[in-house]
Design a protein around this ligand. Sequence first.
Ligand code: ADP
Length: 220
Amino acid sequence: ASSHDLQEPLRTLMNYLQLLDHSSRKELSAESREYIDVGIQCARRMRDLINGLLDYSRLTAKGHQFTEVDCNVLLKGVLQQLAGSIAENGAVIEGGLLPEVYGEPLLLQQLLQNLISNALKFLKNKPPKIQVGSEKRHGEWLFWVKDNGIGIEPRFYDKIFELFQRLHTREEYPGAGLGLSVCKKTVELHGGRIWCESEVGKGSCFYFTIPFKGVLEKAG
Ligand code: ADP
């Protein structure tokens, strides 16, 4: 389905709810006004989910330009994007020297951004301390994003990478459950793997690998 097909009915629904709100708000009871507000909120949420799903489905190898990418530049871009949330949380981010890899710059930056945003989000009452690092291994680079947040039980290590899978309510932690699915698809497009290790209450570490260019080409 095209983006338009999915979004059009929702846009119409939202417009009509807003019209109803503007034209009759004063005459309606508090209860009826609340029904409209909830309807509008749900329509907005649905719009965000559809946009997320469309982004996910557009993530294919086609149309992406693979090139040599300096991951230090990507990380700098991510930290600029997240500067507000970093300052607000009093987060300390330690970034090691990162390598140049063969990949799609926009997708790789999004990957780092999703992992670091999660590290900033899933915490309880302590300032986040986040380490971003990498290490050369046989035929590939290993990257990690490590936090001191709430942690994840081992039985959920795989599940969290599936579409819409979340371990908390939206009231506890906002989100749609798409970030890690997008991360997984991105890493796999680059010929790598992604996984997590964690200790509940202490923190989580997300690892991913990006094969060297030659290895990727040989794999086809
Ligand atoms: P969202 O962030 O929108 O919930 P994600 O796909 O990014 O969606 O993550 C899925 C779930 O994995 C989260 O809802 C959360 O339960 C868990 N999770 C992800 N990152 C972390 C982290 N750094 N620490 C603890 N839990 C995490």
